[in-house]
Design a protein around this ligand. Structure first.
Ligand code: URA
Length: 209
């Protein structure tokens, strides 16, 4: 069953409050998304499996721990997801990076994929699928479909701000998916913005309108 976790770490919560402020500059916004991405990766990687390995220190032989199991891939949903990648790679520098690009069809209002570029062994990797905003859940659900179609089964969705509507939709579409957010906000407004949210994450990250 899908697990939804709000990561309550004080550093994440503090940085998220600065990020939300309308006065935050593009530079500050970008730096904060990067830092919060790194802190989220720390929390989300808490349950990665470990295995024993024999090593030699300068003093003695010992049984130490190392990460076991699947290798990692970080997959941002374009374009705002890109803002979280470098922060995650600071902690997990050997992770591969895939990209999933989507646009909204004006008639159906549904997301449509326009670019998918993934590591060839994506089916064998633990995937952190990242997008700062989980709004309707439409793009996230389609991105998970895209990954599953290519054989991936080990996917965690990591966002910063989630709307209850998006969490519900994503859990219904993918009951096996674990979802992590820094905040569960109040609701989606008629324009599709999360309230109170932080505005358009892509525009704020890249300084566009
Ligand atoms: N995407 C954003 O960037 N912000 C929202 O509030 C909702 C979706």
């Amino acid at each position: 069953m899908s697990k939804f976790t709000v990561v309550e770490h004080p550093l994440i919560q503090h940085k998220l409050s600065i990020l939300r402020r309308k006065e935050a500059s593009t530079k500050e916004f970008r730096e904060l998304v990067d830092e919060i991405g790194m802190l989220m990766a720390y929390e989300v990687s808490r349950e990665l499996p470990l295995e024993d390995v024999t090593i030699e220190t300068p003093v003695a032989q010992m049984t130490a721990k190392q990460l076991a199991g699947k290798k990692l891939a970080v997959v941002p949903i374009l374009r705002a997801g890109i803002g979280m990648v470098d922060g995650i790679l600071k902690l997990i520098p050997a992770a591969r990076v895939g990209h999933i690009g989507m646009y909204r069809d004006e008639e159906t209002m549904k997301p449509v994929e326009y670019m998918v570029k993934l590591p060839t062994d994506i089916a064998d990797r633990q995937i952190f699928l990242v997008d700062p905003m989980l709004a309707t859940g439409g793009s996230a659900a389609l991105a998970v479909d895209v990954l599953k179609k290519r054989g991936a089964s080990n996917i965690k969705f990591v966002c910063l701000v989630a709307a209850p509507e998006g969490v519900k939709a994503l859990q219904e579409a993918h009951p096996d998916l674990d979802i992590y957010a820094a905040s569960l906000d109040d609701h989606l407004n008629e324009q599709g913005y999360i309230v109170p949210g932080l505005g358009d994450a892509g525009d704020r990250l890249f300084g566009t309108k």
